[in-house]
Design a protein around this ligand. Structure first.
Ligand code: PMP
Length: 462
C-alpha cells in the first residue's frame, strides 16, 4: 500500500526543484506516481496496475525487481557494497569472466562505468587515441548521450543546446528504410522479395544500401578524408530515433570503409544488447559485424546504474599511457547485479523468448497497420519495436504531437505504458522487460486498438 506523499506534492517539488526539461517530456496530462514494480508490471499510488512496455526506456531487461537480481543485490549489500578496482574482490572477476563469454572476436578488455553517456565518452576517447585522429562519424537520428562531448554526436536537434556542439563530428545520412529518400517500403530498383524492400532476404545487397554507402563515402571525401577519421558510432537499431533498422549490408560496408580510412568502429548496444533483439545476444551480430569497441548500459544492470565499454587489447593499450580511473565503475554491487542479469537471461531463455514473442508482437501490430490508415509502419526485431504514426499512409506526414499525446494518454488510462520517440516524436516505442507473455501482447494490442479507435472517433468527419 502506498504511504508516500500525495501526487500533487510530488508534482510541485518536481516543478520547483527538479531540472526543468523533465517537466514536459516526462509527463502524461494526468501524471502517475509509480511506487512499485514486479517483472513486467508497475503499480501507481492508487494501486492501479500497468503493463510496462517501455521498461524505463529499455533499462529493465529481465523484469522490475526480478527476485533473482534482488537477492543477488541483497546478499552483496550484506557483505560489501563498495571498494574500487584497485583492490581484488571476487564479484568483479566473476562478472568479467561471464561477460567475456558473450563477446565475440578479440573484444577482450572491459572498462566498467556508470552510464551510457559515460561509456560512449570513453569509447570516443579510445577511438581518438587509437586512430590518432579526432573526427568522428555518426548517423543522423542517432542517440549516444547528452554529455557535452556527445551532444553533437546525438543527431537529434531536440537534444541540442545553443552552444557549439560536436567539434569534429560529421553526420552521414540515416539509412532509414521508411523515411529515407532511397528506401521506402518498396526498394525502387533492387530485386526485393519482401514489402520491407531494404530487408530483402534474397538480394546480396540492396540499392538503398548502395546509395547510403555512397553518401558516407561523400562525407568522407569532402569533410573528413583519410588521416582525419577517428571512428564511427552506430546503434545497431536506433532507439530514441524511432526504432530504425538499417538496410541489409549497410553496417558491414560502412565498417569496412571506416577501417580502410584508419578509423575505429563503435557499436552502441545500450538499447539493443543482452538478447533483446532475439536473433542474437548483441544487435551488431544481426549485421554480421564485429566492432572494435562496444558500449553497453541500461539492460546490463536491469535498471541499476552501471555500464561498460569493451574493446580489443590493442585499443585498450592506448589508454594505459596515463592513469585511467573510475571510482564507482565495477563496484561489487554493480558486478553482483550484472552477473545475476546474465544468469537470468541465460537460465530463463530470454533471448529466445524475445525472438518468439517479438515475432508474434510485430505480426499482431502489422494487423493494426493494415486496419488503420494512421499506422504507417511497424518495425523492429525481437522486443525492440516501433509503431510509426502518420496522418495517411501515402503522405507519411507524421501524426502531430497533440494526436500522439491523445493516444498515449488513453493507453496509460487503460493500464498500458509505451514510449514515444523518433525525429518527429511520432513513433510509439515498445521495449518491454523481456519477460512479457503472449497474453500481455494480446492485451497490449487490444488497448492500442481501443486508443486508436477512440482517437479516430474524435476526429472531425472529412
Ligand atoms: N546510447 C543509447 C543508444 C541510448 O539510448 C542512451 C540513453 N537513452 C545512451 C546511449 C545514454 O545513456 P545514459 O542515459 O545512461 O547516459
Amino acid at each position: 500500500k502506498y504511504t508516500g506523499a500525495p501526487i500533487e506534492e510530488a508534482v510541485k517539488t518536481r516543478k520547483q526543484h527538479l531540472f526543468p526539461s523533465t517537466h514536459g517530456f516526462a509527463y502524461y496530462k494526468k501524471p502517475i506516481m509509480i511506487h512499485q514494480g514486479h517483472m513486467q508490471w508497475l503499480w501507481d499510488s492508487t494501486g492501479k496496475r500497468y503493463l510496462d512496455l517501455f521498461g524505463g526506456i529499455v533499462t529493465v531487461s529481465v523484469g522490475h525487481s526480478h527476485p533473482r537480481v534482488v537477492e543477488a543485490a541483497r546478499q552483496q549489500m550484506d557483505k560489501l557494497w563498495h571498494t574500487t578496482v584497485i583492490y581484488m574482490y571476487p564479484t568483479l572477476h566473476e562478472y568479467i569472466e561471464k561477460l567475456m563469454k558473450k563477446m565475440p572476436g578479440n573484444l577482450k578488455v572491459v572498462y566498467l562505468v556508470n552510464s551510457g553517456s559515460e561509456a560512449n565518452d570513453l569509447a570516443m576517447l579510445l577511438a581518438r587515441l587509437h586512430s590518432g585522429c579526432y573526427d568522428i562519424i555518426g548517423l543522423r537520428s542517432g542517440y549516444h548521450g547528452t554529455s557535452p562531448n556527445l551532444m553533437g554526436l546525438t543527431a537529434l536537434s531536440s537534444w541540442h543546446y545553443n552552444i557549439p556542439t560536436g567539434f569534429g563530428i560529421h553526420q552521414t545520412m540515416n539509412p532509414d528504410p521508411y523515411r529515407g529518400i532511397w528506401g521506402g517500403n518498396k526498394c525502387r530498383d533492387s530485386p526485393c522479395q519482401t514489402d520491407r524492400g531494404c530487408d530483402c532476404a534474397s538480394a546480396k545487397s540492396c540499392a538503398a544500401s548502395d546509395r547510403y554507402i555512397g553518401e558516407l563515402e561523400e562525407v568522407l571525401r569532402y569533410s573528413c578524408p583519410k588521416g582525419r577519421v577517428g571512428g564511427m558510432f552506430a546503434e545497431s537499431i536506433q532507439g530514441v530515433g524511432g526504432t530504425i533498422q538499417f538496410p541489409k549490408t549497410f553496417m558491414q560496408r560502412a565498417f569496412k570503409i571506416i577501417r580502410d580510412h584508419g578509423g575505429v568502429c563503435i557499436s552502441d548496444e545500450v538499447q539493443t544488447g543482452f538478447g533483446r533483439t532475439g536473433e542474437h545476444f548483441w544487435g551488431f551480430e544481426g549485421h554480421s559485424v564485429i566492432p572494435d569497441i562496444v558500449t553497453m548500459a541500461k539492460g546490463i544492470g536491469n535498471g541499476f546504474p552501471m555500464a561498460a565499454v569493451v574493446t580489443t587489447p590493442e585499443i585498450a593499450q592506448k589508454l594505459a599511457a596515463a592513469t585511467h580511473f573510475n571510482t564507482f565503475g565495477g563496484n561489487p554491487l554493480a558486478c553482483a547485479i550484472g552477473s545475476a542479469v546474465l544468469d537470468v537471461v541465460e537460465e530463463e531463455g530470454l533471448q529466445e523468448h524475445c525472438a518468439k514473442l517479438g515475432t508474434y508482437f510485430i505480426t499482431e501490430l502489422g494487423k493494426l497497420r493494415e486496419q488503420y490508415e494512421i499506422v504507417g509502419d511497424v518495425r523492429g526485431k525481437g522486443l525492440m519495436i516501433g509503431l510509426e504514426m502518420v496522418t495517411t499512409k501515402d503522405s507519411k506526414t507524421p501524426l502531430p504531437a497533440a494526436s500522439m499525446a491523445q493516444i498515449w494518454e488513453t493507453t496509460k488510462d487503460l493500464g498500458l505504458l509505451v514510449g514515444k520517440g523518433g525525429y518527429y516524436g511520432n513513433v510509439f516505442r515498445i521495449k518491454p522487460p523481456m519477460c512479457i507473455t503472449k497474453d500481455d501482447v494480446d492485451y497490449a494490442i487490444h488497448v492500442l486498438r481501443i486508443a486508436i479507435e477512440n482517437f479516430l472517433k474524435q476526429q472531425p468527419k472529412a
